[in-house]
Design a protein around this ligand. Structure first.
Ligand code: 2AM
Length: 485
């Protein structure tokens, strides 16, 4: 048999897989394609891959035999059992040092487990988050690979060649870190996407219901916003969506049922934040806002019973309020990203990952749904100070949030007075006020916990010394240490 010529094998010929293969082929790599339902290999070679250097394989054995060493096999199959099944099928045909890459939407604990298992057998394993949908996969996705560090030198050129590029030509792909960090970063990306979408929906609701603007007027506002610091893919598509008219000439978006779906990555981000004890409030609220929207029938019923007792209408300067809403969007986004990076930092601490935060922001700069100008500023902040504790403490962002806060307060208070729900805006502002507070009312919480459960507390200035008070004069000396103030 002739020497193998395949640079990489790819399993899973759904649209994402096919497009990644075509993208790799465009960049001069020889890809060997395989799929569980083998007819799809023949169809792909006869149609989409016709006239290219793409090779097909009709079995796992043939796929592995066609690859140069160390072999690289990328899976783009359904998350879950299919990934484990393919790993098990591949191993007999691979040897130590060969690399398996999972480019699907796996949950990070699965990736952590697989990295450990495969490394213990001498193989290298990478979990790579891939974002950008079908279009991104074909012409430049954001790729977030993490796992066995020894795999990266073998994957770097191919992944960076096929990835999206920033305006200055930097690839939106770099090594994320160890273990399941690639899929973790992709998960947080999706959580942030939930937040950004809800923030824009709250802005839309204020423009429409408080200011009474038409969809055409809102289209012009989103167009203006997209020219400044809010320049992003999501603002751009929101502009196009509000301008899109149905066949009858009226805005299509106004007819769409207000009941949001979700696939789970936002929920995973919120669950992980709760597990880590990190206050990622905005993403959490964005997930719950979708849950509340899904209670459509219940809401319709409640709307006939529960009154708002709110101020009847907005009486301020409309022009100023539009600008206030723009600033509120910026401030809420900034707080959301600060929270997202807090979550990454805590996860890295818990898992022992060395994460490159500036690199992560750069990977999100292009190719993916949350791509925006703003991410370039985040990269700069982490490049200036890789140990930056919180984005809000970088001087560029401290100045930015200070500029936006007066508007942000006006927007949240108006919404509250008018009875318009703004869960992400209001919780983000509360987070900001909590984070900048040297003192919070948790002293009372501690006293309550000690009162009913003898959980003990510390006295300010004497941290580390845990004391209990017999608040009622009854009850026993239950705590480990007793202190009578
Ligand atoms: P199929 O074409 O044979 O269904 C996206 O669904 C991709 O994941 C497809 O390539 C699909 O293969 C593959 N896939 C889904 N479930 C699978 C499973 N349980 N085992 C193997 N491949 C699977």
């Amino acid at each position: 048999m002739s020497a193998p010529t395949g640079d990489i094998g790819l399993i899973g010929l759904a649209v994402m897989g096919q497009n990644l293969i075509l993208n790799m082929n465009d960049h001069g790599y020889t890809v060997v394609a395989y799929n569980r339902t083998v007819e799809k290999v023949d169809q792909f070679l006869a149609h989409e891959a016709k006239g290219t250097n793409i090779q097909g394989a009709r079995s796992i054995e043939e796929l592995c035999a066609k690859l140069k060493r160390p072999r690289k096999v990328m899976l783009l199959v359904k998350a879950g059992d299919a990934v484990d099944a393919f790993i098990a099928q591949l191993l007999p045909y691979l040897e130590a040092g060969d690399i398996i890459i999972d480019g699907g939407n796996s949950h990070f604990p699965d990736t952590i487990r697989r990295v450990k298992e495969l490394e213990s057998k001498g193989f290298l394993y990478v979990g790579a988050g891939v974002s950008g949908g079908e279009e991104g996969a074909r012409y430049g996705p954001s790729i977030m690979p993490g796992g066995s560090p020894a795999a990266w030198p073998h994957l770097k050129s191919i992944f960076q060649d096929i990835s999206a590029k920033t305006a200055s030509g930097e690839p939106c792909c770099d090594w994320v870190g160890e273990g399941g960090s690639g899929h973790y970063v992709k998960m947080v990306h999706n959580g942030i996407e939930y937040g950004d979408m809800q923030i824009l929906s709250e802005a839309y609701s204020l423009l429409k219901d408080v200011l009474g603007l038409s969809h055409e007027e809102m289209g012009n506002i989103f167009e203006e916003w997209n020219k400044g610091e809010l320049d992003s893919f999501l603002v751009e598509i929101t502009r196009d969506i509000v301008r899109f008219n149905d066949e009858d000439g009226t805005p299509l978006v106004a007819k769409i049922l207000d009941k949001a779906g979700q696939k789970g990555t936002g929920k995973w981000t919120a669950i992980s934040a709760l597990d880590l004890g990190t206050p990622v409030t905005l993403i959490g609220e964005a997930v719950f806002a979708r849950c509340l929207s899904a209670l459509k029938q219940e809401r319709v019923h409640a709307s006939t019973i529960l009154k708002s007792h709110a101020q009847a209408q907005f009486t301020g300067d409309k022009q100023q309020f539009v600008e206030d809403i723009r600033q509120a969007v910026y401030a809420a986004k900034l707080i959301s990203y600060a929270q997202g990076f807090m979550e990454l930092r805590e996860a890295a601490k818990e898992q022992g990952w060395n994460l490159n935060y500036g690199g992560i922001a750069l990977m999100w700069r292009g190719g993916c749904i949350i791509r925006s100008r703003f991410l370039g500023d985040i990269t700069n902040a982490f490049r200036k100070n890789p140990g930056l504790q919180n984005l809000l403490l970088d001087s560029f962002f401290t100045d930015a949030i200070h500029r936006a806060i007066p508007s942000f307060r006006r927007v949240v208070s108006q919404a509250v007075l008018l009875g318009v729900p703004v869960p992400c805006f209001s919780s983000a502002l509360s987070f900001y006020d909590g984070y900048r507070s040297a003192k919070l009312p948790a002293n009372l919480l501690q006293a309550q916990r000690d009162y009913f459960g003898a959980h003990t507390y510390e006295i300010e200035g004497q941290e580390g010394k845990w004391v209990h008070t017999n608040w009622t004069g009854r009850g026993g000396r239950v705590a480990s240490s007793t202190y009578n103030a």
